[in-house]
Design a protein around this ligand. Structure first.
Ligand code: SAM
Length: 346
């Protein structure tokens, strides 16, 4: 296995042993290290992903969000003896786990620290023209959520960070303490669908400087409740900040046309989204790419020259079965959409 662009600080970390994560209850892999709060990430919709991606021997696959390598392991296993997989992630901690997990596949696994929206560049490096399958399992992993110091959770005290890439320029603290009230309210409304976005933004601005996760959660809880859904009042604010800090929706919008270019006819695109904002972007893209004409509906003659490039495999998103949600409650909001590349030009 080749680890490319290995971050120099990886060697200082201690990680849980290599385990088949699907066999483990969520809390089993605690260690006594600064990342001791790490819980193993259970790959969501695992069987559905393997079925959707149709891995076969000799196939080339991309896991754009390789995380700790759970789905990637399944794809490599199912494409034995010579299928290959490029696994991308921006989080060096996740990449280290992926390297350990995928070590048994040797040179068949290519693990690279890069954003998935550099997909086409990464394929050039590997001299892969087109691939047989691309997976994006969006959002954050259990490992990231449960590592206190990363600042993703409002349930434990930590600095307000929330960067997937620890070298990323802007942290959640920068957003919370430096944006003006209107910009902040806009982020909370757009990315968190927070109906009381203006009140929350005003409370944040009045409480500055906000230095920690629980400090922020308390400020937010004073002006909003979780609503009828019964979620914690800070859930939407934390989601919004995480999406903004990591430019998640922009990265997704950027990569979608690249996935079409990268897939060979018959190749599969599988995307797991965890909230409606991501899912809507994926749905609208796939619907549009499944049509031969994308002219406005009221235009009598077609002038767009567009040819469908995708076939929708899942008209409605697939959701986890009850037993998966029981075993892994964090899977409950997952929605999987699958599309297949057909001939056509984007
Ligand atoms: C839900 S986890 C993936 C878990 C993985 N499927 C597994 O089986 O372990 C999502 C991962 O995507 C990574 N990620 C988020 N944004 C990314 C981006 N723009 N490019 C690459 N990886 C990204 C996160 O760091 C995280 O490790």
């Amino acid at each position: 296995m080749k680890l490319k662009r290995t971050p120099s600080d990886l060697k200082f970390w201690i990680y849980p042993p290599v385990v088949d994560e699907r066999q483990l209850p969520m809390k089993l892999s605690k260690t006594a290290h600064p990342i001791s709060q790490v819980m193993t990430h259970l790959p969501v919709l695992y069987n559905e992903i393997i079925h959707a991606m149709q891995p076969h021997q000799g196939g080339l696959y991309v896991d754009g969000t390789v995380g700790s390598g759970g789905h990637a392991w399944g794809i490599l296993q199912a494409s034995s003896p010579d299928g290959q997989l490029l696994g991308l992630d921006v989080d060096p901690q996740a990449l280290k786990l992926a390297c350990e997990k995928l070590a048994e596949f040797g040179e068949r696994a290519h693990i690279v620290r890069a954003s998935y929206n550099t997909l086409l560049e990464q394929l050039v490096v590997l001299k892969w023209q087109q691939v047989d399958g691309i997976l994006l399992d969006l959002g954050l992993s259990s490992m990231q959520l449960d590592t206190q110091a990363r600042g993703f959770s409002f349930q434990t005290e930590a600095p307000l960070d929330m960067r997937f890439d620890p070298d990323g320029k802007t942290s959640a603290a920068d957003f919370v303490n430096h944006l003006d009230e209107v910009e902040l309210a806009d982020i909370l409304f757009r990315y968190g669908e927070e109906r009381r976005s203006r009140q929350v933004a005003r409370a944040i601005v009045n409480a500055r400087p906000i230095t920690s996760t629980m400090h922020l959660a308390k400020v937010v809880a004073k002006v909003t409740s979780g609503g009828k859904s019964g979620i914690h009042p800070a859930t939407r604010t934390f989601q919004a900040l995480r999406i903004a800090v990591n430019g998640e929706l922009e990265a997704l919008e950027d990569v979608l046309p690249e996935t079409v270019e990268a897939l060979r006819p018959g190749g599969r695109l599988a995307i797991i989204a965890f909230h409606s904002l991501e899912d809507r972007i994926v749905k609208q893209f796939v619907r549009r790419e499944s049509r031969d004409c994308i002219c406005p509906p009221d235009q009598p003659d077609c002038t767009c020259d567009h040819k469908a490039t995708l076939r929708e495999v899942t008209r409605k998103p697939m959701r986890p079965q009850e037993d998966e949600v029981r075993n892994n409650p964090r899977s409950r909001s997952a929605r999987l959409r699958v599309a297949e590349r057909i001939e056509g030009t984007i």
